[in-house]
Design a protein around this ligand. Structure first.
Ligand code: MN
Length: 504
């Protein structure tokens, strides 16, 4: 099993971990962020009774396990500060710069989405993930944050536990999977599994433990033999590890195989990590030469990667004493990518920003495609999404996502104004709106909205109807047609008032 980040971490351990993959990391800055967050959260405790700082620290620890750049680690330490303390985003910007402040702002906005019925929540989350496309780093922080919250769920009321676990299992884990973050997906699933199917969880846990215990000596022998065989065939750098299957994925496999653990061959897989793709095939040949492969169990995910980008060679063999053992063969690069997916794919520049195209529009098209796929999958799952039209990537590319004060997300075309927002909520709100606030500041109704704005509209119930002058800045077809419709009905009722028999 992988080490799980539930043990209390220290800031020293975090810095040491970051320095291990980025020797140039600014350790002082990380410590400064830690001190700042600790001070800001000083009067708060987690539901577990621990000081609050244990949570951002654990979050950043997961981010560091993903080998993410220092600014993301810093943003992880600060991620709950503006939401939960009296320290503001402005202070964060002043001390840590605008880039880190922008990541923290992104997380704070995600936190503003409140739960009101599962379907609604899912819809909102789905939209939020899309709006986060501009900065995928925020999604990583959100995953790490969620993981720690899940791993410390014991302390909260059962109803809430179930809700958070279900969201994690149904929304976060599939998204992590789509993004190729196998390790994060496995941890999210296992931590949720316990709360969603407690009996099955206990059953699988025991089953996995007892079958592994019985096999420990055997596996060590096979790993030693594998290593010797590979090394004597000149694959001197080959590493060999045993890897226990994550519990939830084991559970699903058991369900598919009549709950018969004897039929699950990859309960413990042996991982062989080599230097190059050629060595992967070389290692496969050597293993097959030593042990007979099972028919139809050789999978070449290098020539044909899984849709989420997963690459490895898999084979199952009749091993020592006729036991069945699965091998997974891959390069070091494939290994890192399997665990952390797109987080590992990307090159980061010195500031920890994703370094590719400088223009926003062309940034990371693969990421946009991934999101389009997620968007589609989630929509398939839930039938409430009526129009196929808005699933198209070229459409949501030009869209912005704006919040209501209650945390609902409204999506609008780019260049939309407050009046479009008002009509998007409800025709009556559009017809009677008189004033608005954007991000808590008064703004006129022709104000053009930006992605992530929080908009509050004020209505005057005594207002007769929309002002035809709004057509000058209403951008959406919906708002324009409502304004025109109202104007028309006014004119026709006015005409019918003076010329009987006309109008409606
Ligand atoms: Mn948090």
């Amino acid at each position: 099993m992988q080490t799980v980040s539930t043990a209390p971490h220290s800031i020293e351990a975090l810095c040491a971990l970051v320095l291990s993959y980025d020797p140039n990391a600014d350790e002082e800055k990380i410590k400064e962020a830690y001190t700042f967050a600790k001070e800001a959260h000083r009067s708060q405790k987690r539901a577990t009774g621990e000081p609050y700082i244990t949570h951002p620290l654990a979050t950043s620890f997961t981010l560091a396990e993903m080998k993410l750049p220092p600014p993301i680690i810093i943003a992880g330490l600060l991620h709950d500060v503006p939401e939960d303390t009296d320290r503001t985003l402005d202070e964060i910007e002043e001390r840590f710069g605008s880039d880190i402040a922008a990541m923290v702002a992104g997380i704070t906005k995600l936190g503003k989405i409140k739960y009101r019925g599962m379907e609604r929540y899912i819809e909102n989350l789905r939209k939020m993930f899309l709006s986060m496309a501009a900065d995928v780093r925020v999604v990583f922080i959100k995953f790490a944050d969620r993981l720690h919250n899940l791993e410390t769920l014991e302390a909260i009321p059962p109803k809430k536990q179930y809700r958070i676990a279900l969201e994690s299992l149904e929304i976060f884990a599939p998204i992590a999977n789509r993004l190729g973050m196998g390790e994060i997906k496995g941890r999210l699933e296992d931590a949720s599994f316990k709360y969603i199917y407690p009996k099955e969880f206990e059953w699988v846990k025991e089953l996995s433990k007892s079958s592994r215990e019985g096999k420990q000596d055997y596996l060590e022998r096979v790993m030693r033999l594998t290593k010797e065989t590979l090394h004597s065939a000149d694959l001197n750098d080959a590493q060999v590890h045993g890897r226990a299957k994550h519990l939830y994925s084991l559970y699903r496999k058991l369900v598919r195989h009549d709950r018969n653990i004897a039929r699950v061959y990859d309960l413990i897989a042996i991982r062989v990590i080599v230097d190059s793709v050629a060595d992967c095939y070389g290692a496969l040949g050597i293993i097959h030469n030593k042990w007979t492969p099972l028919k139809g169990r050789i999978k070449d995910y290098i020539a044909q990667p899984k849709p989420n980008g997963y690459r490895s060679l898999h084979t199952t063999v009749f091993c020592e004493d006729g036991e069945i053992v699965e091998f997974q063969i891959r390069t070091k690069d494939m290994h890192v990518i399997d665990e952390y997916g797109i987080a590992a794919h990307w090159a980061y520049d010195e500031d920890g920003k994703i370094s590719t195209n400088p223009t926003q529009k062309n940034r990371q098209p693969e990421w946009m495609h991934e999101l389009a796929d997620i968007h589609r999958e989630l929509a398939d799952k839930r039938t409430y999404l009526k129009s196929l039209e808005d699933l198209k990537i070229d459409i949501f590319k030009d869209r912005i996502f704006v919040f209501t004060p209650k945390g609902d997300v409204i999506d609008l075309p780019e260049e939309s104004t407050i009046i479009d927002f008002a009509y998007a909520i409800h025709t009556d709100i559009g017809n009677t709106c008189t004033a608005a606030k954007v991000n808590e500041e008064n703004k006129s109704l022709d104000r053009v909205l930006k992605n992530g704005d929080m908009v509050e509209v004020f209505v005057d119930k005594s207002r007769k109807g929309p002002n035809p002058g709004w057509l000058k800045f209403a951008k959406t077809r919906h708002a324009r047609s409502k304004i025109k419709q109202y104007a028309k009905s006014r004119i026709s009722s006015w005409i019918s008032g003076i010329i009987p028999g006309t109008g409606k």
